[in-house]
Design a protein around this ligand. Structure first.
Ligand code: HEC
Ligand code: HEC
Length: 431
């Protein structure tokens, strides 16, 4: 894996992140890039539409967006859906500007700035900050002071949001990869709920995180995010537009006020809400396009198993990893053939587990301060560093940090022979 020049290139790009953000030169205008040279949908049309939707981009302080690298769409998409993927790719990689609705406070100006490792839509070591206050065991997300998510940048220095004095918990969350998420979305709820059963080994439990989906207004099983806090890609997309970029939309029509201050918001919020509206020509808004991109984005392709990795597959089972990191689920019946009854080798049960000292103290919906969704392991070879806050530089460090419901399995891992541990890591590095 170390010799793969592609991965090396990506790691270098990510390693340079801090520097380029600190220097913050303005990004050169980027032309739209094809998602995949071979599987290109007919052109012309999306380009024209983009020109129509184009927003002025003369904001001087735009953070750097590194050039987007292509990513593959799911195999077997119809021409229409390939077009939706390609339009979505454009939107996902587009830089938002203040005139177009970015801010007043935000974290980055484009989805791809954070999601790029291993290709557009990937993870990165970029983290966002959550804060809150715990008093007598009760968590307060400090909503009225701008919590729990910090927007660390602003279109004007005077609008800047800070972690307030009142916060006694501050934690960081690393960017997760988006590869294969359409398949994850297409897994029936019943499949996830079937994982909530008693009698698992090692005292492992697992809880489905039922959330209110902002799109349907219905209670649904959450499956996306470190705390499984969103159930659908459109809901996550809408959430990311408003919370990461300050772009209000039909599901989140209200701007985040810097540290909750309405007067500061009023002084800097100059674009009418919702900033992202449906384009009559396509029937879609930006949140829909980005959701399309994620829905039709292929999973990272697994590598062939070496002898060592093949042995590691058995160790993965015998060490108890698969109790939570469920190797395979299936999508249900789906009108889109590429999502219909497909195997999803995600290596997660999509359930929340109590992870002991790994806890971040942040309560989100019904997910407690020590609970996390089992992190999917597919594509792990291109998503270092690991764990919710990126504290683990290697897979080995991530495994050794397991606690709570994961403690028994972790202890078994530490007692493996050096060779067995290497086999297990070799296996994970093929997923
Ligand atoms: C500032 C960096 C940043 C930007 C910009 C950003 N994201 Fe993310 N993204 C994150 C982080 C961090 C997480 C994990 C958040 C969590 O679970 O609390 C995440 C998680 C996600 C997930 C959940 C994936 C999973 O693991 O289940 C989706 C979907 C997503 N982002 C979509 C988007 C879209 C669409 C955009 C653009 C509108 C976007 N993101 C912009 C940092 C970012
Ligand atoms: C009790 C359920 C459970 C068991 C058992 C378990 N894990 Fe995990 N695993 C999790 C959860 C939850 C996370 C996310 C924790 C966090 O980010 O703080 C995680 C995270 C990881 C990560 C980091 C992934 C990433 O993208 O950051 C790796 C690697 C991993 N587990 C491997 C293993 C291996 C190997 C085993 C067996 C030795 C194992 N896990 C056993 C629940 C479990």
């Amino acid at each position: 894996m170390k010799t793969n020049p592609l991965i090396h290139h990506v790691l270098l790009a990510v390693a340079s992140t801090g520097l380029s953000l600190a220097q913050a030169p303005s990004a050169p205008p980027r032309g739209p890039q094809p998602p995949n040279a071979q599987q290109q949908p007919p052109h012309g049309q999306p380009l024209q539409r983009t020109a129509m939707r184009q927003r002025p981009s003369h904001r001087p302080m735009a953070p750097v967006t590194r050039p987007a690298r292509p990513s593959d769409p799911l195999p077997g998409l119809s021409a229409d859906l390939l077009l939706a993927f390609s339009d979505g790719f454009e939107e996902f990689t587009k830089e938002e500007t203040a005139d177009g609705g970015l801010g007043p406070i935000f974290n980055q100006s484009s989805c791809v700035t954070c999601h790029l490792q291993g290709g557009t839509g990937g993870a990165s070591d970029i983290t966002v900050t959550r804060f809150g206050r715990v008093e007598r065991g009760l968590f307060d997300s400090l909503d009225s002071l701008g919590g729990s998510l910090l927007q660390a940048l602003s279109i004007d220095p005077a609008a800047r949001e800070f972690v307030p004095r009142e916060a006694n918990i501050v934690s960081h969350r690393q960017t997760t990869p988006l590869f294969g998420l359409g398949l994850v979305e297409a897994i029936p709820e019943a499949t996830i709920l079937a994982g909530v059963r008693s009698g698992k080994p090692d005292g492992v439990k697992g809880k489905a995180h039922v959330v209110t989906d902002v799109v349907s207004g219905q209670p649904m099983v959450g499956r996306f995010g470190w705390k499984a806090q969103q159930a659908t890609l459109l809901a996550f997309s809408a959430d990311a537009y408003v919370n990461e970029m300050g772009v209000t939309n039909r599901f989140f029509p209200t701007e985040n006020a810097p540290n909750g201050k309405a007067d500061v918001l009023a002084a800097f919020d100059k674009v009418a809400d919702p900033e992202d509206s449906i384009d009559p020509a396509t029937g879609k808004a930006d949140i829909d396009h980005s959701a399309d991109f994620m829905r039709f984005l292929a999973p990272v392709r697994p590598l062939p198993l070496s002898d060592s990795a093949n042995a590691g597959k058995t160790v993965f089972q015998s060490t108890g990893c698969a109790v939570c990191h469920t190797p395979r689920m299936f999508t249900g019946t789906n009108e889109i053939p590429a999502l219909n009854q497909k195997a999803v080798d995600l290596y997660s049960d999509l359930l929340l587990h109590e992870m002991g000292i790994l806890g971040d103290g942040i309560v989100q919906g019904d997910a407690g301060g020590r609970e996390f969704r089992t992190a999917p392991l597919w594509g792990a070879r291109v998503s270092a560093p690991y764990l919710h806050d990126g504290r683990a530089p290697t897979l080995d460090a991530a495994i050794r940090a397991h606690d709570g419901e994961g403690a028994a399995s972790k202890i078994r891992y530490t007692k493996l022979s050096v060779q067995q541990r290497q086999q297990l890591l070799d296996f994970i590095n093929t997923l």
